[in-house]
Design a protein around this ligand. Sequence first.
Ligand code: NAP
Length: 320
Amino acid sequence: MTMNIAILGTGRIADGQLAPALTEVDGARLWSVLSRDPLRGREFAERHGAAAENAVHTDLDSLLADDDLDAVLIASPDKLHAPQCEAAARAGKHVLTEKPMATDVAEAEAMVEACDRAGVTLAVAYHMRWHAGHRQLAAAVHAGRLGTLRHMRAQWTFLADSDENWRASPEVGRWWGLAGVGTHCLDQVRWLMVPSCGEIIVQENLISRDVWKGPHDETALVVLGFESGATAEICSSVLFNAPKRMEVFGSDSYAVCDDTLGPHGGGAISIGGEPMEYRVSNPFVGEIADFAAAVAEGRAPEVDGREGMRNVATLVAAVS
Ligand SMILES: NC(=O)c1ccc[n+]([C@@H]2O[C@H](COP(=O)([O-])OP(=O)(O)OC[C@H]3O[C@@H](n4cnc5c(N)ncnc54)[C@H](OP(=O)(O)O)[C@@H]3O)[C@@H](O)[C@H]2O)c1
């Protein structure tokens, strides 16, 4: 049976990545869209072939009242994720929400509880977990190829040309660089390290807000310590372009990922200085396919609400 999915929001990630990826997922299709602007919604629905007869909604309740709708993909600003998720759960719809799933831990908990209560699936869209090279690397790391993990670094920055975006202001966002890219770095660190290093038990943060002088993080340095004694460093920034890079260090070897962070699914990965071959694929297709399969099979998605909530807790601690 085909899963009918609505996308909430018509912005950059919805238009550029999620809706195109959805056309490549077996057993799922774009059904409808929520937009504040009916014309923008109609153009989005037409551009991406939304299948519902009444595909465009400017009101969430009207979108959710559709009995043929199975799930929503939340691609709105961060502070809207929680109320939209809870409304979707109450209407019995499964939820795949963009990252970060919420802007505080209480919101994230409410999302998890609402979905549990309704018996619907809640997944968080950390698409970098479906980067084919990262998956191959994670399998090698989890199998002990690097030995005992000791340290990891993840760096993802970009150069913002303006603070006139919702992430830079408090109305519908809570973090800037940390929500845009730092949360992905943190998710990669958690994915690779937590299985053998245990949970994060130490956190130190240095946050700069000195250039745009707004409320949110410009450069963020987050240093983490795990139960095993292993450590990690995350650097996110909106102030400069830098190589996107991850490094994982173990007692026996190390791995380096150059330019793999991003939407494209490519970049170079090496283990112990030797290139690691992998087949490039679209990570957004993988993330939506995992969500659809989790619903169909009645299993947990790869990144569930509780894991998304742990990520939010670290982001909150970074700026508190
Ligand atoms: N996985 C990734 O790598 C990735 C990359 C980028 C973004 N994201 C996440 O996806 C979500 C959306 O980010 P984006 O970059 O796509 O943002 P965006 O381009 O600003 O799009 C957000 C969309 O949400 C809708 N919206 C509803 N209320 C809004 C409000 N008060 N202010 C602004 N927009 C509002 C808008 O659609 P209408 O105008 O049609 O209502 C808007 O186009 C965020 O949670 C972000 O963290 C994830």
